[in-house]
Design a protein around this ligand. Sequence first.
Ligand code: PGA
Length: 247
Amino acid sequence: MTLRKYVVGNWKMHGVSSHIEEIRAIATGAAAFPQVDVALCLPATLIHRAVEAVPGLPIGAQDLHFLPRGAQTGCVGAEMLVDAGASVTIVGHSERRDRERSAEVRAKAETAQAHGLDVIVCVGESQEAHDAGETLETVCRLSRKSLPERIGRTNLTLSYEPVWAIGSGMTPTSDEIAEVCSAMRQLLNDRYGEKAQSVRILYGGSVNARNAASIFAIPHVDGALVGGASLKAADFLPIVEAAATAG
Ligand code: PGA
């Protein structure tokens, strides 16, 4: 089954109000490819402003607390994200996983779902696990532990993010990505049955305008989570276009 391609920008700790124009350029450019779902996951401080500036583009968060509110200094809860206008959130990104275990990632995913947010769950193997030939085992273990119990009424997405490929300019071979994403698809089917058909699988890690088309051509890859190349419309929109062309 072919799912609509999904291209998500993760701005990480980048973006202040002067970047709203760039976000506008991304939204305007992305609107030319209605066959692709596009979202931008921004720093929490920019979400509200971006939602007001580009009402047609789904704006998301990069993390949330597993409690919706409470005495958690410095954290952002699901209620706040929804209040700011976010419609999606990333959970379990490897740049946060040194501070959280998979059980916490799963709790975050379930809290987000309960508040009506779409969820993108990230999993990926370290350089050491990759070198030791433990990629599949690691990715499957993390997926099993981090995915929410149910799919729920919001969109669920699973993103394969090899830790060593993030921000490094390196990517796995197409065969490696295909093998992992095929195992993920099987795992989703086993876990959620029929409903797994709605779950998209993304690849993330050094996706750019040059490699996007070949990544989107890999079986079981339904889109991409893009870090560095999502910061500028000129870099990001060719990736969206590649997704549109891939169908
Ligand atoms: P990158 O980041 O595209 O800069 O490698 C990807 C990610 O962290 O999701």
